[in-house]
Design a protein around this ligand. Structure first.
Ligand code: VAH
Length: 320
């Protein structure tokens, strides 16, 4: 088992909550948080080691690996789909050149494990609407292209160097701790905040847009379950489909209205509609269920109740 974990992208939507979970399991001093942002919140800095890093500069990565004797790297750093379409070269640089640096260092310094998320963004218009585990991967976004290439590179390192690299294709992730940034699925987070604060929301995709989604507690469970899975039992490595729910914006709004009856949504689709239209409605995650026991806990109703409770509390305290 690994002794010192480096979590890159520790201030992001998933990274910030994954950091807390990993530190509960492995001990705060054994999980080094790293991020490009230079202004980590007090609670992150006070809870354990934090380092500023730019994964596009390999030296900064090597310095941290050596300083802490890292033997496991989780790389959550990425430019997501919407920002990636505005700044494709930046997305390539961070998602590809950054990841290549992580893989290089992992081989050179003999990491016990590397984990890097992939995404349903690897799928494209030719992929069946219930995306199989093995299927056509012809994404039309730069983000999706980098995630397909990342999966192939990670699987290559497993075969070529015997490196233990793992990854899972996250759907849209919904959470109430750290706001997401630059994603096409960000509407599914913003809608809850706007419902609590203003009782109305203008959505940037159409009401019948159906996408695979997952609540953060299940995202953390999937990540840690895969991290701790027995490598010898894995037939797949960097490209596990993981599913939990699939709903339209209308179904999401209706679940909120059960708690806030006066809530109202208007629709003004923008460029992100074209991205969402290329993604599947749902995924077949039987490989993850068979190979490492994946099973989600939250459905739409349970997620909505919890989201509105937590965000409602923050609003009462004037935190949002
Ligand atoms: C995005 N939240 O919207 C990310 C995710 C399923 C998409 O990877 O780009």
């Amino acid at each position: 088992m690994f002794k010192k974990i480096l979590l890159i992208g520790a201030l992001g939507q998933i990274g910030s909550e994954l950091l807390a979970e990993l530190r509960k399991i492995y001990g705060a001093e054994n999980v080094i948080a790293a991020d490009k942002k230079t202004n980590p919140p007090e609670k992150i800095v006070n809870a354990g080691p934090f380092e500023n890093i730019d994964i596009c500069h390999k030296d900064s990565l090597v310095a941290i690996v050596k300083k802490y004797n890292i033997d496991c790297i989780l790389n959550m750093a990425a430019i997501l789909s919407a920002t990636g379409e505005q700044r494709p070269k930046l997305a390539w640089n961070v998602n590809m050149n950054g990841f290549i640096n992580v893989l290089d260092v992992a081989v050179e310094y003999k990491m016990k494990q590397v984990l890097v998320p992939s995404s349903i963004a690897v799928f494209g218009p030719e992929t069946p609407k219930n995306a199989p585990q093995e299927t056509i991967l012809k994404p039309t976004t730069m983000y999706g292209i980098t995630k397909v290439a990342g999966e192939l590179l990670g699987n290559y390192c497993v075969k070529k160097f015997g490196l233990d690299v793992r990854g899972l294709r996250f759907p849209g992730i919904i959470s109430n701790e750290t706001l997401p940034g630059g994603g096409t699925t960000d509407y599914a987070v913003a809608i809850y905040y706007e419902a609590v604060k203003n009782k109305k929301y203008t959505c940037f995709v159409k009401e019948d847009t159906r996408l695979p989604m997952m609540y953060m507690p299940d995202c953390l469970k999937a990540t840690i379950d895969l991290l701790q899975a027995d490598f010898s039992k894995l037939k797949h490595h960097c490209d596990f489909n993981v599913g939990a729910m699939s709903f339209t914006v209308k179904e999401l709004a209706d679940s909120i209205k059960k708690h806030i009856p006066e809530f109202h949504v208007t629709y003004e689709p923008d460029y992100r509609q074209q991205i969402a239209d290329t993604w599947p409605d749902s995924v077949d995650d039987s490989a993850a269920r068979q190979e490492w026991g994946w099973k989600p806990d939250f459905n739409l109703e349970a997620m909505t109740a919890d989201m509105l409770k937590v965000i409602g509390e923050k609003h009462k305290q004037g935190l949002i």
